[in-house]
Design a protein around this ligand. Structure first.
Ligand code: THU
Length: 129
């Protein structure tokens, strides 16, 4: 999974930050969906690698995510930003997240450890019970 994330990071479009990110999501089906960050001159329109990967998975009909590998730039570990954690939690609140630093060391966390109080709507309540 880390290798998939590394490979897709090469496609990152990050001319503004110079910080390239690659993400790979393993779906329950066994298929892997990759994504890279896509920046924009209007900075706020930037799409993170994790959300790019998630959009590919969902678009392919894959809604059960088993694990996500993330590879950033620089020396340290890159963790998903808060917005990406919220988006991933929609489909996999207990997602396994693996991140790797430049030295090749890995760290693993559950999404719920990184975003313990996720925002979620109680759909049953909204649907009248
Ligand atoms: N970025 C990601 O792709 N994923 C994250 O979880 C954090 C940030 C990207 C967005 C931007 O292109 C660059 O990293 C610097 O913030």
């Amino acid at each position: 999974m880390i290798e998939y994330a590394r490979a897709v990071r090469n496609h990152a479009y990050a001319p503004y930050s110079g910080f390239k990110v690659g993400a790979a999501i393993l779906g329950r089906s066994g298929r892997v969906y990759t994504g890279c960050n896509v920046e924009n001159a209007s900075y706020g329109l930037t799409i993170c690698a994790e959300r790019a990967a998630a959009a590919r998975a969902i678009s392919d009909g894959e809604r059960e995510f088993v694990c996500l590998a993330l590879v950033g730039s620089g020396e340290g570990f890159t963790y998903p930003c808060g917005a990406c954690l919220q988006v991933l939690a929609e489909f996999a609140p207990r997602l396994n997240i693996i991140t790797v630093n430049k030295a090749g060391q890995t760290r693993k966390n559950l999404l719920e450890e990184l975003l313990p109080q996720v925002f979620a709507l109680n759909r049953e309540e909204f649907n009248g019970g």
